[in-house]
Design a protein around this ligand. Structure first.
Ligand SMILES: [Zn+2]
Length: 158
């Protein structure tokens, strides 16, 4: 599970991103499969306490299109606002669309859900893992920017 990413291209870009919630420092990381993940952060340098961190899995339909099939978009923006309020924290945005199954498969699963299947049954019917997300690269990214301890913001008890 613990892969060594030291040979991977790590911090490829670093700039300030102004958003509706405030200014974030945005850094982009490329994993060994070529996927581009990012960290939006505020005030990590001048703090001694563990920062608030949300690890957010990409959901194009929810994050960008405002889909009502899930609450990813509102959750992401609430976490961004909370971090700005706190003045210290980070969003780790992982490009693992649809619980890691990819956008094309996710929309196929939506079609099955429209026929009455739940998310899990639809994924199983498509021969897809119920949850294919991986988080070891998220931990690697946080370490790269010097974050060793976090207070995780999550709605998933696991
Ligand atoms: Zn979503």
């Amino acid at each position: 599970m613990n892969k060594d990413y030291t040979l991977a291209k790590d911090i490829t870009s670093d700039a300030i991103l102004p958003t509706e919630q405030g200014n974030f420092r945005m850094r982009v990381f490329v994993d060994d499969k070529g996927a581009e993940h990012s960290i939006l952060s505020v005030g990590l340098d001048n703090t001694t306490k563990a920062p608030l961190v949300r690890i957010h899995s990409e959901c194009l339909t929810g994050d960008a299109f405002g889909s009502l099939k899930c609450d990813c978009g509102p959750q992401l923006r609430a976490a961004m606002a909370r971090i700005q309020e706190e003045g210290c924290g980070a969003i780790v945005y992982m490009r693992q669309e649809g619980r890691g199954i990819g956008l094309e498969a996710k929309i196929r699963a939506y079609a099955l859900q429209d026929l009455g299947m739940d998310t899990l049954d639809a994924n199983l019917a498509l021969n897809l893992p119920a949850d294919g997300r991986e988080y070891d690269f998220s931990a690697h990214m946080l370490k790269q920017i010097g974050v060793e301890k976090v207070r995780l913001m999550t709605n998933n008890p696991l």
